[in-house]
Design a protein around this ligand. Structure first.
Ligand code: RB5
Length: 149
């Protein structure tokens, strides 16, 4: 699996740690920017990553801003995206198992690197349960986007 990653200036330092970790463990990724700490607009990067995931170019995406909130609000505007803002391992696990989240959002000003990497590990490793009730609920979400699943 190749992961699309993106951040704004506030999320950039944590994203650097994430891609360093990905390089160490051999996790494939593509970095959609930003590439420094110069102030920029998080919707630009959320949109690029979310559209790449929604179009099937990448199976999953990870977005980092100061709080993760702006990234999740933006990514969830893109049809087909189920972005989850997770700052604990349980939520990350559940967002995959129950929600089939395809984008993970993190706040670099909220959690430290160690917890962020544990969250990412759990999120990447946990499969969707495929439970009938979860498929039904995701179909209802997709219906809100005018899409049938
Ligand atoms: C940038 O200052 C900050 O507002 C942004 O990174 C993010 O936290 C927005 O949700």
């Amino acid at each position: 699996m190749c992961v699309a990653v993106g951040s704004d200036h506030a999320g950039f330092p944590l994203k650097l740690e994430i891609v360093k970790y990905f390089n160490e463990v051999g996790q494939g990724y593509h970095d959609f920017g930003t590439y420094d700490t110069v102030s920029c607009d998080y919707p630009d990067f959320a949109r690029a990553v979310a559209e790449a995931v929604a179009h099937g170019e990448y199976e999953r995406g990870i977005l980092v801003c100061g709080t993760g909130i702006g990234m999740s609000i933006t990514a969830n505007k893109v049809p087909g995206i189920r972005a989850a803002l997770c700052h604990d391992v349980f939520s990350a696990h559940q967002s995959r198992k129950h929600n089939d989240a395809n984008v993970l959002c993190l706040g670099a000003r909220v959690i430290g690197v160690g917890l962020a990497l544990e969250i990412i590990e759990a999120w990447l490793e946990t499969p969707f349960s495929q439970g009938e009730r979860h498929l039904r609920r995701n179909a209802k979400i997709a219906a809100l986007e005018g899409k049938c699943k």
